[in-house]
Design a binder for this molecule. Structure first.
Ligand SMILES: [Zn+2]
Ligand SMILES: [Zn+2]
Length: 414
């Protein structure tokens, strides 16, 4: 058995998120997207924690589900299960530099969550943001969590983004060991983030024994599941943790990394976007204004990697590691974007939403449609151009403009 999990989410209590992000809406969109297990998000925020304790009930295996009053209608898709997981932001000096690192943190139950909140409240405001800023090092967050309960799990979030990540060009480190020191062995996984995909991470030797996971970091419900991880096994807390240790991942579903906001180097204000090879040749100054460019994810991976890219695409569209040591992955374009391109309209327009809803109602979850549905099944509901777009994206026939310095890239099916 396996289950699709999206474990980097936020509630309406985190900064820059949709005010409508509440438990029933999160559950409804998870089921539309085809996600079986989602993170509670933001559990250190007192108001959201209260909401979670009233709105979730345990179902065994340290996994939760919506309380009976919040359950959707019986004819809706089955609602997802929940795991207690959040994100914290660490800001601290180390080795003469200032570091900013985001970490995903998982806990088995509310008792542990309360103890974590007491410990973290001494290092930052838990009420200001669902993703609290802590004046604690990454090492000390991990040490604190393990001292409270050794079943806690810490995963460096969006590991390559320039700001706020373990390997980031602006506030990160050159290795997990530099960041976590003597506790590096307790890091069992990293989140690759939207701007990198697993094969880029296969090039980093210190990640050989570390699982690579992908989640959405959605700030609105519609963006849930834009990346997710399919774990092998049963969806229980311990099985999830063990899967990270064992690498028991069936596959991950990814953005095209070029679509992420920090794939190339660049300067947003000047509209400068360039491949790392250009930065290597001409230096890291913006050719228009002379300021320092934001060095992106591809550049960081090139500078820390010790191996060539070896990924191969199989006939079914899966990207595979030829050595067979790493789980395969898919690169996909969100269904809404495929429909928008096929119709020549904006992704948030009513016409796009109508077709999206019809496909979900008649064909299946978004995960099913973009990964598996046949051309005929899609074309029976939507225009043939939509169906052809889904198949083209699945097979990698796309045109790409890479993202840079906070600007999303665009990936359109050919
Ligand atoms: Zn983050
Ligand atoms: Zn500039």
């Amino acid at each position: 058995m396996s289950y699709a999990a999206d474990l980097h989410l936020h509630s309406s209590y985190a900064r820059a998120t949709s005010p409508s992000l509440d438990l029933p809406l999160m559950a409804r969109w998870a089921s539309i997207k085809g996600i079986d297990l989602i993170a509670s998000a933001d559990f250190t925020h007192p108001a959201w924690l209260d909401r979670l304790e009233r709105g979730l009930v345990p179902t065994g295996g340290d996994i939760y589900e919506l309380a009976p009053g919040l359950q959707p209608d019986a004819d809706a898709w089955p609602p997802p299960k929940f795991i207690l997981g959040t994100e914290v932001s660490c800001i601290y000096p180390q080795g003469g530099r200032s570091h900013r690192v985001h970490l995903l943190l998982f806990a088995p139950n509310f008792d542990v969550v309360h103890k974590l909140c007491v410990a973290f409240a001494a290092h930052g405001s838990l009420t200001a943001d669902g993703r609290p800023m802590l004046k604690l090092s990454s090492h000390d967050v991990l040490a604190t969590a393990l001292s409270i309960d050794d079943r806690c799990e810490v995963i460096p979030a969006h590991a390559w983004t320039p700001w706020n990540s373990v390997y980031g060009s602006k506030g990160g480190f050159d290795s997990l060991e530099d960041c976590f020191g003597d506790l590096v062995g307790e890091i069992h996984a990293v989140e690759t983030g939207l701007s990198s995909d697993p094969s880029m991470n296969w090039r980093i030797p210190e990640l050989d024994g570390v699982s690579l996971v992908s989640f959405s970091d959605a700030h609105s419900a519609q963006r849930m599941g834009r990346e997710f991880t399919v774990f092998a096994g049963e969806p229980t807390y311990d099985s999830f943790c063990q899967a990270l240790v064992d690498g028991a991942i069936d596959h991950t579903v990814e953005f095209f990394p070029e679509e992420g906001k920090y794939h190339y180097d660049g300067h947003r204000k000047c509209g400068v976007c360039q491949h790392p090879a250009v930065t290597l040749e001409r230096g890291d100054r913006c050719p228009v204004c002379g300021r320092t460019l934001t060095v992106g994810v591809l550049n960081r991976i090139e500078s820390l990697s010790r191996r060539p890219d070896t990924v191969q695409q199989s006939e079914s569209g899966l990207f595979v590691d030829p050595s067979g040591r790493r789980p395969p992955f898919r690169r996909l374009v969100p269904l809404e974007e495929v429909i928008a391109h096929a119709l020549g309209r904006g992704p948030s327009t009513k016409g796009v939403r109508t077709i999206y809803d019809q496909l979900i109602a008649h064909v299946g979850t978004e995960s099913h449609i973009i990964q598996h549905a046949t051309l005929d099944a899609i074309a029976a509901i939507a225009k043939e151009s939509v169906a052809l777009g889904v198949i083209a994206a699945r097979e990698g026939r796309v045109t790409i403009e890479p993202g840079y310095d906070g600007v999303y890239g665009t990936v359109r099916s050919a």
